[in-house]
Design a protein around this ligand. Structure first.
Ligand code: NAD
Ligand code: WQD
Length: 341
């Protein structure tokens, strides 16, 4: 059993679900997060679900000395690295902030890991690294050509992490390329929060469903797809969390850098997702068709067969589960964690 797993960004959406999965599997964890996009309340919620409050250090990952102190104090043996900025639009408006935070924090983390001789790292990458002109389903070797600064930071970090193997053969790196994460913890105690008006489809849909926003804009219904709307590979956050545990297990036996797609392999259109939400909530979603959103690809679907072959992992939860759990979270936490933020 590992001594401690450091979970960077562990109070965030995907990190908190993975923290719970790690604790439930018997791992000990320590979380570092600067709370830039999350709340301390998440720690109480993790305690409610697991009976354990993990040690938490509020710090920016770029503070290499503090990260090193955490390594020493907790005898950390592996790291799951979720911390980073994630909004595509914001990255186009302020690329410097994305390069500085996402790349800067990863370089600082690597430095601290090398100094402490910790060589196991699982990184939150994204399907955004693939070329926008590539055809789905994407395999891990599909052409990479990110079209926005956020995706470029993920791509460059993947390159840097892969390079580490050349300088030290003990590195064990997992590059997990998530497709479109949705859903929440089935208890409704952990979920995704948005500061301001959400940009992504599910958080926006939830706010329309609960009456906080008047209408969903569907960005184009004239794509070359069966119903004219874009197709994505939506994956439940609980399945993603399990993928991290499977990757950690795999890396115990092997060195090197390994990339895996974490998706379901199934495509769902915008309209299909809206209709599933309508079925779950029991009333229609107010919506209108508007023009296409710049930068959207028609279809992005994973080929997850490598993850199944190597990690024995595959997504089990359905679009229905994702919509039910997102709605349960929304109803229990209409303002996210903000009341205690
Ligand atoms: P999130 O914003 O909920 O969580 C990220 C956490 O990192 C936040 O709690 C934030 O406060 C923290 N953080 C940011 N910069 C930091 C820094 N310099 N030092 C310390 N903490 C810092 O995001 P999420 O949805 O949980 O995403 C987790 C990871 O997965 C991110 O790297 C993201 O790019 C990646 N990812 C997310 C999606 C998605 O759609 N949610 C898809 C693909 C990949
Ligand atoms: C899904 C579909 C929209 C909002 C983004 C990032 C990606 C990854 C996941 C981090 C698209 C449509 C959306 C709305 C709509 N994140 N839509 N009305 O763009 O596939 O992926 O999040 O790595 O990097 O780019 O997700 O949820 O924004 O959009 O019609 O109000 O919903 O056009 O077809 P996307 P999304």
């Amino acid at each position: 059993m590992d001594k401690y797993v450091l979970v960077t960004g562990g109070t965030g959406y995907i990190g908190s679900h993975t923290a719970v999965a790690l604790l439930e599997a018997g791992y000990q964890i320590v979380i570092i997060d600067n709370l830039n996009n999350s709340s301390k309340e998440v720690l109480s919620r993790i305690e409610e679900i697991t009976g354990t409050t993990p040690p938490f250090v509020q710090a920016d990952l770029r503070d290499t000395d503090t990260v090193h102190e955490v390594f020493e104090k907790y005898s950390v043996t592996s790291v799951m690295h979720f911390a980073g900025h994630k909004a595509v639009g914001e990255s186009v408006e302020n690329p410097s902030m994305y390069y500085a935070n996402n790349i800067g924090s990863t370089l600082s983390l690597i430095e601290a890991m090398q100094a402490a001789e910790i060589f196991t790292l699982i990184f939150s990458s994204s399907a955004t690294v693939y070329s926008s002109t590539a055809l789905s389903p994407f395999k891990e070797e599909t052409e990479k050509d990110p079209i926005n600064p956020y995706g470029m930071t993920k791509y460059l970090i993947e390159q840097r992490l892969t390079d580490l193997i050349k300088t030290h053969a003990d590195w064990r790196i997992g590059l997990l390329r998530y497709f479109n994460p949705l859903g929440a913890h089935p208890t409704g105690r952990l979920g995704e929060t948005s500061i301001g008006t959400p940009n992504n489809l599910m958080p926006y849909l939830m706010q329309v469903a609960s009456g906080k926003l008047p209408k969903l804009k569907i960005f184009g219904d004239d794509y070359d797809t069966p119903d004219g709307t874009c197709i994505r590979d939506y994956i439940h956050v609980a399945d993603l969390a399990k993928g991290h545990l499977a990757a950690l297990q795999f890396l115990k036996g092997r060195t090197g850098a390994h990339a895996w797609n974490l998706g379901t392999g199934k495509g769902t259109s915008v309209l299909e997702l809206v209709e599933t939400v309508e079925k779950v909530i029991g009333y229609p979603i107010n919506r209108e068709i508007t023009s296409r959103r710049e930068g959207d690809v028609i279809e992005a679907i994973a080929d997850p067969s490598k993850a199944y072959a190597e990690l024995l992992w595959r997504a089990e939860l359905t679009i229905d589960d994702m919509c039910k759990d997102s709605w349960n979270w929304q109803q229990q936490n209409p303002d996210g964690y903000s009341s205690t933020r």
